[in-house]
Ligand binder design. Structure first.
Ligand SMILES: Nc1ncnc2c1ncn2[C@@H]1O[C@H](COP(=O)(O)OP(=O)(O)OP(=O)(O)O)[C@@H](O)[C@H]1O
Length: 857
């Protein structure tokens, strides 16, 4: 216990010397008090960041209980988290500002469980206060607590020195390490019921509540004793867990996946972690109860309520006082970290699966990274050789790097079970403990004295002056108002957003928007706008669908059907699909809008014809054939409604070619659903008054619907592919987990071989364990093989290529290309026609009016 020394601070040293109740097992190691100049130097190296609230020596500035809750990063710490920098600091530090900071290792052996008792005797024997033997092999540590050790004993061994170190200004940490079910949680926090207020003095109470009980007692003692020096303490606590490599705030579990940050001033801290001031034991107990109830637990083969995360309870203790001797004020900051690590378990024995397997894999991986770090630190401490220290390998080591090989006194409480069934895990823990013992930390008192405070005060004063100057300058004659500008900027960044639902209404294609809307009757005949097909570049690749026909096929089929009927069917289809699309996905709105536009324009064409029919049955030319190989032969069409017997009236249609009147039975146009286009070719219309939809309109509509359906199919395919890709991601994750478990089994094998060589493991046991390990690994490999992501990946690729191939085949072999060309040509022809006719439209209109007005009944 050589590393626990008396406080260097004169007040506390004095206090410790006078305080008979204050156990300090290493008082003989006390070092001489540094000279003021030295103290100043060391203080500078550990100076916390300039915080106007903390650097003032005015002791009245401690927060009141009312303002105790705050959210902030972890408190300032000496900027020495960088090992290299730390090394430089340590080298330049005065020798006597350092404490002898070897890691203190205590092994606690839990009593046998009932089930284990049947197996026979314990395999671990305590040899002395600091040694034990297992299978004839002896291990020596700082202390060994056997099955009879009480919670109070553990506190005296670990907790009491920790409190004294903390009051002296040293960062102090306790890590509980060990196999699942070995008693870490029991030791650190005690059973849950021991935390309740009525059991506060119960003998089951764990280390943490005892530490805080002692801490508050000692703080009271100190404050009373040094009233004249205005000694004041304040403590603030946080509680977090690391589960599956993610940090959660246990005091506010809604704060998940918190990030660890590091900067030169504050060192390593957890962003947005809640900290609460504590003044009494009751405050701490409440935090513990709250935090522990939020911890992730699950059952393992050994422990029904196993902690599945690493949890870290942190308390920052700050003390301020004035020295009577030299009148200087001092601020000391120390941090207590109480860490309950998740327990390791051998997955091959427990046969875990699914989420538990992932958990176990993460626990074992981070423990193995901790072990690796401990090995490196031990090697550095023993050989003095500099090596890269992989603190960033895991959240645990990154967060607690200061406790591991840094500026902290560290006690490692290693929990073991003496049961035969836990032999190999116990060996593993003891080896870890042995390596940890070799580590040398470099703890220093984190103290700041008045000189620094004055300097920082001066800086603050200068900054305030600067601020005033800037404020004064801001009242400049230009009249520029920064607040106003800020508001303007804000309004630019957050413009008044229209109601999203309104937005949707605007974007959505309502089926009603596809209805025929009566348009204003104009004397000038409105040219129908060429239809715009949905523009979906990739949809071209998937035009062929299993459920639809190509345009050519559809054309040939449609020929047998009367046009209007067909149009109604198409319209209904597009209506429903538009509604469906609007419901399912916003992203599909654009193509649907295009479709709606196409349909609407189609209907406008019809409507124009309709109007022309109403309005003295004006006729106009509408090309129905592409102008490709065949020259455009304009077909004159008019618009008529379905005849209804009761409302039949005689209408006269004019053929623009022959000017022959055609009498057709049409009804008045009230009901636009009866609308249809009819050719007014004199020869055909007389002989064949049968209704027929112009092919150009029909094709455009059919094409639009066809593409929309193809798009839907394409979306469905994409959805399926996304599902497949998600599965692939899961498979990759699973593979990674399998790999890490296999890695773990290799490490286990090394340990087994070590045990075999040490004679701890008999050849028979070794072979048995080896066989079990191989079986487990075989199972994992089989699982890995069956769910191999590469196979799924290739399947997805193959499906993609097949689809592409089908699309190309559609496009080239099945006539899609021709259909599209035809459509384009149709549209071109229409455009051409209207361009040509626009110049003479006025003339024509006049002449047509002239021709048709006399026909009005
Ligand atoms: N020294 C002890 N005396 C009495 N009971 C103990 C002791 N140590 C552990 N136990 C009991 O053993 C059980 C498991 O202990 P605990 O939960 O502390 O193990 P653990 O090491 O934290 O396990 P895990 O890593 O799975 O969380 C608990 O019911 C606890 O009360």
């Amino acid at each position: 216990m050589k590393h626990f020394m008396l406080p260097r601070n004169p007040i506390l040293r004095e206090a410790a010397a006078h305080n008979e109740h204050s156990p300090n097992p290493s008082s003989h190691k006390m070092k001489p008090s540094p000279s003021p100049s030295r103290r100043n130097k060391s203080s500078k190296e550990n100076a916390p960041p300039p915080d106007p609230n903390s650097i003032t020596s005015d002791l009245k500035h401690f927060p009141s209980p009312a303002s105790a809750k705050l959210k902030s990063p972890l408190p300032p710490r000496p900027p020495s988290s960088n090992p290299l920098k730390r090394k430089l600091i340590m080298e330049s530090s005065p020798e006597n500002s350092l404490s002898d900071s070897g890691v203190k290792v205590i092994v606690r052996m839990r009593p046998l469980k009932k089930a284990d008792e049947e197996e026979g005797e314990t395999i671990v024997q305590k040899m002395s206060n600091n040694s034990l033997a297992i299978n004839g092999q002896t291990f020596t540590f700082d202390s060994v607590a056997d099955t009879g050790a009480t919670q109070l004993d553990m506190f005296e061994l670990v907790g009491a020195p920790l409190v004294e170190n903390c009051l002296a200004g040293f960062n102090s940490s306790v890590f509980a390490y060990g196999q699942t079910g070995s008693g870490k949680t029991f030791t650190m926090w005690g059973p849950a019921n021991a935390l309740s207020s009525e059991n506060l003095s119960g003998d089951q109470q764990g280390l943490t509540p005892r530490v805080f009980q002692r801490l508050f007692d000692r703080i009271n003692e100190e404050q009373i004793k040094y009233t004249d020096k205005q000694l004041k303490y304040q403590c603030r606590c946080s509680f977090l867990e690391i589960y599956n490599e993610q940090i959660t705030d246990l005091l506010d579990p809604s704060q998940r996946n918190l990030q660890i940050r590091e900067d030169m001033q504050t060192g390593v801290y957890v962003e947005n972690l809640r900290e609460e001031y504590v003044f009494t034991m009751k405050d701490v107990t409440q935090l513990l109860i709250k935090g522990l109830s939020n911890r992730r637990t699950g059952s393992t083969s050994i422990n029904a309520e196993s902690s599945r995360s690493h949890s870290v309870f942190t308390c920052v203790v700050e003390s301020r006082c004035k020295s009577m001797a030299d009148g200087m004020s001092s601020l000391k900051t120390s941090r207590i970290n109480l860490v309950d690590l998740a327990g390791s378990e051998r997955q091959k024995l427990t046969g875990t699966a699914g989420e538990r397997l992932k958990e176990a894999g993460n626990i074992n991986r981070s423990l193995s990274q901790l072990g690796n770090l401990i090995n490196i630190l031990a090697e550095i401490s023993q050989t003095g050789k500099q090596r890269h220290i992989p603190y960033r390998d895991s959240r645990l080591t990154f967060l607690l790097q200061e406790s591991l090989g840094g500026n902290a006194k560290l006690a490692m409480m290693c929990a073991i079970s003496p049961a035969q069934s836990c032999k190999s895990e116990t060996f593993s823990t003891l080896r870890f403990a042995q390596r940890a013992k070799a580590i040398k930390n470099k703890a220093i008192v984190n103290e700041e004295v008045e000189d620094d405070v004055n300097h920082l005060r001066e800086v603050i004063r200068q900054l305030r002056d600067e601020l005033h100057r800037v404020k004064a300058n801001s009242n400049n004659p230009t009249g520029w108002d920064p607040r106003k500008s800020l508001n303007i900027l804000k309004s630019l960044i957050h413009p008044r957003e229209p109601n999203s639902s309104q937005n949707e209404t605007v974007n959505c294609v309502s089926p009603s928007s596809l209805s025929i809307v009566p348009s204003e009757v104009s004397l000038v005949l409105k040219s129908p706008t060429p239809s715009v097909s949905p523009r979906i570049s990739i949809s071209r690749k998937s035009l062929r669908t299993s459920s639809i026909l190509t345009a050519s096929q559809k054309d040939s089929k449609d020929e047998s059907k009367p046009g209007p009927e067909n149009m109604r069917i198409s319209f209904a289809k597009s209506n429903s699909s538009a509604a469906r699309t609007a419901q399912t996905s916003k992203s599909c709105l654009a193509p649907t809008e295009h479709l709606a536009a196409s349909l609407h324009r189609g209907m406008e064409i019809i409507d124009s014809h309709h109007k022309s029919s109403v309005f003295r049955r004006l006729s106009f030319r509408f090309p129905s054939k592409p102008a490709g190989s065949n020259p455009i032969l304009p077909v004159d069409v008019g618009v008529q409604t379905f005849p209804q017997h009761d409302e039949i009236s005689e209408r006269v249609f004019l053929c623009t070619n022959c000017k022959a009147k055609t009498q057709l039975e049409v009804k008045d146009v009230d009901d636009s659903s009866n609308l249809q286009l009819v050719p007014i070719d004199c020869s055909e219309s007389i002989e064949k008054p049968k209704t027929q939809v112009p092919k150009a309109v029909e094709k455009v509509l059919a094409g639009a619907i066809r593409r929309e359906m193809a798009l839907e199919e394409f979306c469905a395919k994409q959805g399926h592919e996304i599902m497949q890709l998600n599965r692939l991601v899961q498979q990759y994750k699973h593979e990674r987990e399998c790999n890490s478990i296999i890695g773990q089994t290799r490490e286990d094998k090394i340990l087994r071989l070590e045990s075999l060589m040490d004679g701890v493991l008999s050849t028979k046991d070794f072979m048995e364990e080896e066989l079990a390990a191989f079986m487990h690994e075989h199972k994992l490999l089989k699982d890995k093989y069956e769910n191999h992501p590469e196979v799924s990946k290739i399947n997805i690729e193959m499906k993609r290529v097949q689809d592409e191939l089908e699309n190309y085949r559609n496009f080239c072999d099945l006539g899609e290309r021709e259909v599209l060309l035809e459509e384009i040509q149709d549209l071109r022809s229409q455009l051409q026609y209207y361009t040509d006719s626009s110049s003479s439209s006025v003339l024509k209109r006049n002449s047509l009016l002239k021709l048709t007005y006399p026909c009005e009944p």
